[in-house]
Design a protein around this ligand. Sequence first.
Ligand code: ADP
Ligand code: TRP
Length: 369
Amino acid sequence: MIRPVILTGVRANNDIHIGNYFGAILPIVDMAKKHADEYDINLFIPDLHSFTTPIDHSQLYGSIMNNARVYAAAGLPLDDESIYLYRQSYVSAHSELTVILNNFVGFGEMERMTQFKDKSRKASRALTQGDAAEGTDGPARDRVSVGLFDYPVLMAADILLYNSTYVPVGDDQTQHLEITRDIAERMNRKFGNLFVVPKPVSEQHQFFGNEQGLRIKDLINPAKKMSKSDESGKGVIFLNDEPQAAYKKVMSATTDSLARINYDKENQPGIANLLEILALVRQDAGLDITLADIVDEFSGRERYGDFKKIVASEVADFLSRFQSRLAKIDDVAILAKLASSEAAMNIIANETLRRVQIAVGLRKDEDEA
Ligand code: ADP
Ligand code: TRP
């Protein structure tokens, strides 16, 4: 029997921080464990998407492998045969389908993608260091890559190749999911039923329980989310930070002058953020605890310094634990998992590609010949 497919990916990077970990990687691993009985879980590393924004290519291969290890250290059961872990570029149908789909998507549609607008603006600003970069043409714009522009079409190929039904993504990616649905419906109308159309965003949220709201904030500037693109890195806790360095970062976290702990995101965003982080690291330590329990425990206390020491040392403990889990991950097992998943995925993806090639007239359907 063909099982329905849940598919998702997180872009490979070397600087995974606790926001990425608790906000994306861990929920994906939990989701995979929860649904693997009924669904095939396609978890992939979108390595071809990695260089749509500038990266250090000499580090890419290492980052890809590191991402796979992080999943394992986060508890992904590598021996579960319903869970596939694979690299996008090891299944060449992703690239081939993208080239075909490109011809069924409009330039204007792609130009309206907000991620493209944001990232191309940032890229052109970086290239000209601020001046004259706001415009939509000129030399800086010339260097915004076509890869960035085409990002959503590659993402559509990632999804459609495997007949995916559910695709958990963060809010910033929902527009890409919608365009994937548009492309699939458009091609289905033109060529008959070629693709499984993934569920609309509202049904995705229903299915996954809309748990995508978690946003860990920057420790120094709790008005913005923790992000690897922060220049100083002082407000960001990376998974590979020395535990002692992370301890210091927490101790330097911005709080407020109210001198009384409350979970009030509006008026006390720094304190609220530390309460959330503490709940997450305690959960990682195996405690059956919620944010509400933490809020109960600390509400009304007046000594921020003491509270920070608790958070700092539990964050440091979390990093020590995580880093020792990561060090124990066996690369041979990772490579074996990747190889077996990629072999299985190539078969499925090539079937879809073949169907599309026949539909668009590139191949002949031998059954009909
Ligand atoms: P970054 O901002 O560090 O570049 P990305 O945009 O590459 O992170 O996001 C990768 C994944 O991590 C996404 O699923 C995103 O929703 C999640 N994520 C990123 N930052 C945070 C954060 N501060 N809190 C929770 N989740 C986050
Ligand atoms: N764009 C996603 C991100 O930035 C990664 C991604 C690429 C993806 N292709 C996908 C996610 C297909 C889900 C489905 O995190």
